[in-house]
Design a binder for this molecule. Structure first.
Ligand code: SF4
Length: 196
């Protein structure tokens, strides 16, 4: 990372920490900026917003859904969690884990867009309906979008089911969300190997 990008990254983080652009700032304990490699970032995973554990710790995807994400990456795809950058569309927790509202995503979108433009990952994984629809400006559901190689401003975009959805749908039967996710993570690994 060059000095300029480094300072831009720290400045962005600072702005997020102090942000009061939407009402989600009122109940937060911490903003959740994201974590992972900033230099030579190949893959960025983007979820919708922090949950309770993430709000309390300031770290993304560390609750039950985050633990499942780690398992999917590492056991399903052979992709170390530490090799991907993980962030969310909104940086503050929506109360009671509700979906972020359009105006909250709109207010926060400058930060995720700045992160994307600074990191320039080769691949973005849109985790779940909210993230995929927001990035693609699509009304199609994740069931239709998942597993396809799409485009976000010249970056490969790959939607997948959100791990919290998988926690609510435990079946491993053929064609179930878990089964499809197992296929998707292998497709993601193949693409990562291709671009290496
Ligand atoms: S969710 Fe985003 S826009 Fe809203 S207060 Fe938090 S950082 Fe600011």
């Amino acid at each position: 990372m060059s000095i300029d990008i480094n300072s831009a990254w720290e400045e962005l983080k600072n702005r997020v920490q102090n942000c009061q652009k939407c009402k989600l700032c009122e109940q937060r304990h911490n903003t959740v900026f994201g974590e992972g490699p900033v230099e030579n970032c190949k893959v960025m995973i983007i979820g919708e917003g922090p949950g309770e554990e993430e709000d309390l710790s300031g770290r993304p995807f560390i609750g039950p859904a985050g633990q499942l994400l780690t398992k999917i990456l590492e056991q399903g795809g052979g992709i170390p969690r530490s090799s991907v950058y993980i962030a969310n569309i909104v940086k503050c927790r929506p109360p009671d884990n509700r979906n972020p509202e359009q105006e909250e995503m709109l207010a926060c979108s400058e930060y995720i867009e700045a992160q994307l433009l600074l990191l320039r990952p080769k691949i973005v994984v849109a985790m779940g309906n909210i993230s995929a629809q927001w990035l693609l400006k699509s009304k199609q559901g994740i069931t239709k979008l998942r597993g396809q190689w799409l485009d976000w401003r010249g970056i490969k975009l790959f939607p997948m089911f959100h791990p919290s959805y998988l926690l609510r749908n435990a079946s491993r039967a053929k064609g179930s969300p878990k089964d499809l996710t197992w296929q998707d993570i292998k497709a993601l690994k193949l693409k990562i190997d291709e671009i290496n």
